[in-house]
Design a protein around this ligand. Structure first.
Ligand SMILES: [Fe+2]
Ligand SMILES: [Fe+2]
Length: 360
């Protein structure tokens, strides 16, 4: 099999196909967000000023400034002739990852552009810097396979979902901490089983994940600076986001059997390890954690996964019958999510000190 490069004859077609995939908005694909920028500009970090200053200093120090460059071994380690099923899943994973990284970059850059609040402007600039490095690094790895995502086009053409600032806080905080937990879990696993590392990009994950960890700390401080975001009805929203984000990850990961087989990882075990690390992280800010050991929680996630598989089949079937099946399955998915949501949570008392260290 020959390898295709970005300059090969099919490069233009590949680029646009990959970009089209990244542009799609389905339930499980990464989205782009917009928000109430005026409200973002009014964020007041004074109640957590001391910790805020310490965190901003870390961003200024920029310990990863040289990290996102390839070393000499990188090119030799890239194998573009992976088995076709694995290659398809890996590319799908990379396209989804570059979209998620770039989604953060766009949101942080947009907030920075519209902010006059010096704290917010500076911080959002650093986070956009980090995410742009992450997206660029993945996109370059996609180019080795003859494809990449046209990020400029994506920025202009992808649909944006509006979220109120508090929902941005809950969702983005969780996605940063889950991003950390995912990257470090893969890195630690491949550290023990280097023969399973089928692409060099995984060597970058250890330092990379520290950026995501730090981004999560920013949102933890925003929420701890405004405690009403963690009380009353908002507790129901937090519970909703915890369940929704965990369920999305579970369903999406189980749709990549080849990649997990190549890693020598069981996707369920991997996901629960990521859930455990994420739950430990979220104790700095969320008033509850999900009961990961509850068999009802396990069963509810599995049910949602099976429903999603059937929905995808109905979507491919198309036609009236496919549509009817999908409508029925949508109801089943709502009921399934309600069951997951109803699994009792574990109360968590917030620590006095907010900032934590990436200790995994
Ligand atoms: Fe990132
Ligand atoms: Fe991030």
């Amino acid at each position: 099999m020959s390898t295709t490069t970005a300059t090969g004859p099919h490069a233009a077609r590949n680029v646009s196909e990959t970009t089209e995939t990244a542009k799609q908005n389905r339930v499980l694909t990464p989205r782009f967000y917009t928000t109430d920028f005026e409200a973002m500009n009014r964020i007041d970090v004074e109640p957590v000023r001391e910790e805020w200053n310490a965190l901003v200093q870390e961003f200024r120090d920029d310990s990863n400034s040289n990290h996102f460059e390839r070393d000499e071994a990188f090119a030799d380690e890239v194998n573009t002739n992976l088995p076709p099923a694995l290659k398809k899943e890996f590319i799908d994973f990379m396209v989804s990852s570059v979209t998620a990284e770039f989604s953060g970059c766009v949101l942080y850059a947009d907030i920075k552009k519209r902010a006059t609040n010096a704290d917010i402007r500076e911080l959002m600039g650093y986070m956009a810097r980090d995410e742009s490095r992450h997206a660029g690094f993945i996109n370059r790895a996609l180019k080795d396979f003859g494809m990449d995502v046209d990020l400029g086009h994506l920025r202009r053409a992808k649909k944006y979902t509006f979220f109120k600032p508090k929902f941005i806080f809950y969702a983005t905080y969780l996605s940063e901490k889950i991003g950390y937990a995912r990257y470090i879990t893969i890195f630690r696993h491949l550290e023990k089983h280097p023969e399973k590392r089928f692409h060099p990009i995984f060597r970058w994950f250890e330092q990379w994940c520290n950026d995501e960890f730090r981004h999560g700390e920013v949102f933890a401080l925003f929420m701890r600076a405004d405690p009403k975001l963690l009380e009353g009805r908002n507790r129901l929203w937090i519970r909703f986001f915890l369940n929704a984000v965990f369920a999305t990850m579970y369903v999406r990961d189980h749709d990549r059997p080849e990649m997990h087989a190549a890693f020598g990882m069981d996707p369920t075990e991997y996901d629960y390890e990521v859930f455990r690390i994420t739950s430990e992280c979220t104790r700095q800010v969320f008033p509850m954690t999900l009961d990961l050991d509850n068999p009802k929680f396990h069963r509810a996630l599995e049910r949602l996964r099976r429903i999603t598989v059937s929905m995808e089949r109905a979507r491919q079937q198309g036609g009236v019958i496919g549509a009817v099946k999908r409508a029925g399955l949508t109801v089943a998915a709502c009921v399934g999510f309600a069951r997951l949501y109803m699994v009792p949570t574990i109360p968590n008392e917030l620590p006095a000190k907010v900032l934590t260290q990436p200790a995994w």
